[in-house]
Design a protein around this ligand. Structure first.
Ligand code: AVJ
Length: 332
């Protein structure tokens, strides 16, 4: 769409999205252990709750990553020399603006392509960017980073970013294939910056997912509101307890919803009639924590190699700058 400053693309129409949700819910809630894909947290209420999480005292991730990004954006831009920023899971766009500012300062900024699961958040962020960076061509893809990467097309002179530790929501077994698909969207001089939450003290990790104000608990239960609204389910969210604990052997935080009493739930659009006993759980999210070595091990054979590893002084969070290459190569 030449000349358009603001172009929104939805890879699937709303009927197809609803059919996908119903199928995902059927598969997950008839499996043992029961589970739901974490991408379904992010309706408008869920996106607002996540924004509230990012400001919690216990949730160190967002402010640490933002500070780190502010410190290293100039270096990243000097290395990659991008004309286009591509962001997976752009959300509110605060870090997007920071990166675009660094690109504008280097004098090469032309385009920005955003992918986010929530079309309203996407449109709002796109609007803000267009007014903050006059002349910037913004494209938007309402979709998810597993199914819709190909919608990003290829452009060259790109810096792709996947921040907030969202890679951690993928099972480590899915990460190499995801990275290989991402590599296929990049030209040889492009860069890919990935935000990773690091392995640390268990108490600190668990506190970040069990905040005193109960915002994370509300965010967790929101997935049940989403099923009620979109699939006509009759979950009583208050009858599920928020559980988040660190699994040391897998190095991930696991979030679950635990039925606090016997209950029956109907989900008409997924043709489900479910019985929960007190204590039955639904896994709603994993959030993997990485070390430089555990992350580097996932790069082998993906077509991406580690160019730079940036971290804050406390080593709470990392930004890994990846480049295209034929083997995992040598990290610096
Ligand atoms: C930033 C999307 C990766 O796993 O920490 C926050 C989402 N879940 N609190 C994370 C989340 C519970 C989050 N991501």
């Amino acid at each position: 769409m030449s000349g358009a400053l603001h172009h929104v693309e939805s890879p699937r129409d709303s009927d197809a999205q609803l059919a996908r949700l119903a199928e995902d819910v059927r598969v997950g809630l008839t499996a043992r252990p029961r589970w739901l894909p974490s991408k379904y947290f992010y309706d408008d209420r869920g996106s607002r709750l996540f924004e509230a999480i990012t400001a919690l005292p216990e949730y160190y991730q967002t402010r640490t990553e933002e500070r780190l990004l502010a410190a290293v954006a100039g270096d990243v831009v000097a290395r990659v020399r991008p004309a286009e920023l591509v962001e997976l899971g752009s959300g509110s766009g605060r870090k997007t603006r920071l990166l675009l500012g660094a690109m504008a300062a280097a004098g090469r900024l032309q385009r920005c392509t955003l992918l986010d699961i929530n079309p309203h958040v996407l449109r709002e962020t796109g609007r803000e960017l267009v007014s903050a960076f006059p002349g910037l061509v913004v494209s938007e893809v309402a979709g998810d980073f597993l199914d819709d990467l190909a919608s990003l097309g290829r452009g060259g002179s790109r810096l792709a970013v996947f921040l907030a530790g969202t890679l951690g929501n993928l099972h480590p077994g899915e990460v190499p294939a995801f990275l290989a698909r991402m590599a296929a969207q990049l030209e040889s001089a492009d860069g890919f910056l990935v935000g990773l939450d690091l392995v640390k003290d268990v108490a600190r990790l668990e506190a970040a997912y069990n905040d005193a104000a109960g915002v994370t608990a509300e965010f967790n239960r929101n997935i049940l509101h989403v099923l009620n609204e979109r699939l006509g389910a009759d979950f009583e969210p208050a009858a599920f307890e928020h559980v988040a604990c660190y699994d040391r052997s897998s190095a991930w935080i696991e979030m679950r919803l635990r039925a606090s009493r016997l209950q029956r739930v109907r989900i008409p659009a997924a043709r489900l009639d479910l019985a929960f006993e007190a204590g039955d759980e639904i896994r709603t999210e994993i959030s993997c924590k990485y070390t430089r070595a555990s992350f580097a091990a996932l790069l082998a054979g993906t077509g991406l190699g580690l160019e730079r590893w940036y971290t804050d002084p406390e080593e709470l969070f990392a930004l890994a700058l990846l480049g295209r290459r034929s083997s995992a190569g040598k990290p610096r």
